[in-house]
Design a protein around this ligand. Structure first.
Ligand SMILES: Cc1ncc(COP(=O)(O)O)c(C=O)c1O
Length: 378
């Protein structure tokens, strides 16, 4: 078969199977779909994985970030330090609260996580929170960032990092609150979905209330006759996860360690194949703060290479690729926000994401590498 007739090698694939299908079907047959015992069980299992006493399941990571920032006290006019090298959700969550995102640079071409030194430079009296992203599955240096934050709350964006560690501590247990995503391309998925984690009992209660309109009892409590009515203790929203997603999530969580190990193996293969390709740089070659969960495999193309042309050549060879991310400060909606980000601006035009998922076969990965080498030789 030629490249044109081989199936496209996709950027990401879910690992959903018969177990998840049966779990979802069992929920449908049970007749109870809204937040109930399966959500509670998923929360307990997730909290145990992260090592926090509390986990609160929500509808997605974007709303998780909004709720977390609000819970740590971010209000309109406050500043929140975020990286620009992230999905726009991180900064959007800040803006949705009427607060101001202040962009911090990444550390270096090798370490694409938030620079603690730049956090120290950009912290002001108005800084209420700092939101590091564990980019690509690598823990940001949260301890150094917390020192630079000088008392401002740390809200971890853990969308890329379920199971990742900083030293021996898990992402999501490093700051005041962690916010996870279970979007379809993530290391574990519920389709859409998210989770908040925290050590802090008061924050956990506040987040539980906030995700369900501030109501003091749940629909399940009332259904079971444990409560007949409710009060509204504070203004909240509907950010609940449903039972179908929780049932799927519990199985995905069980599979997570094995799937993360498969991702790590594929990253080793990529590094073997690509580390000596002329002009190509492989970020995170010298970061050793903990275990990555390899959400993304990103490379830096040689400076000045036409990335669009490389991506087109890969596509012609049957390989999907992507860019994680167009940096937030370059979007129209972010015009006018100050962004002195020399490393981010140097690195992002060179970034390219290659396919990575637990079921990517060695032969497929070799095809990706061959196609990239060919594209670079043009
Ligand atoms: C770094 C980062 N933060 C936040 C989000 C938002 O997650 P969700 O799609 O669950 O709202 C994503 C999702 O793609 C992400 O990659």
């Amino acid at each position: 078969m030629t490249a044109a007739t081989l199936p496209m090698i996709t950027l990401s694939e879910t690992t959903l199977g018969e177990e998840e299908a049966q779990a979802a079907a069992a929920v449908v047959r049970s007749g109870w779909l809204t937040q109930g015992e399966r959500v509670a069980a998923f929360e307990r299992a997730f909290a145990e994985m992260v090592g926090t006493p509390h986990a609160i399941a929500v509808a997605n990571c974007t709303v998780a970030l909004e709720l977390a920032l609000e819970a740590v006290g971010v209000r309109a006019g406050d500043e929140v330090i975020v990286p620009a090298l992230t999905f726009v959700a991180t900064a959007n969550a800040v803006r949705r609260l009427g607060a101001v995102p202040v962009f911090a640079d990444v550390t270096s071409e090798d370490d694409l996580t938030m620079s603690p030194q730049d956090v120290a430079r950009k912290r002001t009296k108005k800084t209420r929170a700092v939101c590091p992203v564990h980019y690509a599955g690598w823990a940001a240096d949260v301890d150094a960032i917390a020192r630079a934050a000088d008392g401002a709350a740390i809200v971890e964006d853990c969308a890329h990092s379920p199971g990742a560690t900083l030293g021996r501590r898990a992402c999501g247990a490093l700051g005041a609150v962690g916010a996870f995503s279970f979007f379809s391309n993530k290391n574990m998925t519920t389709g859409e979905g998210g989770m908040l984690t925290t050590h802090d009992e008061a924050l956990a209660s506040s987040l539980r209330l906030a995700r369900a309109h501030g109501m003091t009892t749940s629909t399940l409590d009332r259904h079971r006759g444990h409560a007949y009515t409710y009060d509204v203790a504070r203004v909240g929203t509907n950010a609940r996860m449903d039972e179908i997603r929780a049932a799927i999530g519990a199985i995905q969580l069980r599979k997570l360690p094995a799937n993360n190990a498969l991702r790590a193996e594929r990253v080793r293969w990529y590094r073997e194949r690509l580390s000596s390709v002329d002009g190509l740089e492989l970020p995170f070659s010298h970061v050793s703060r903990g275990e990555s969960v390899d959400h993304l495999f990103v490379v830096l193309l040689p400076p000045g290479r036409d990335r669009g042309a490389v991506m087109s050549a890969l596509r012609a060879d049957g390989v999907q690729s992507s860019i994680h991310y167009p940096p937030t400060h370059t979007f129209k909606a972010y015009e006018g926000f100050e962004a002195i980000l020399p490393v981010t601006d140097r690195v992002t035009p060179r970034l390219l994401t290659l396919p990575l998922h637990p079921t990517l076969e060695r032969a497929q990965l070799d095809r990706v590498c061959d196609a990239l080498v060919r594209a670079l030789a043009r």
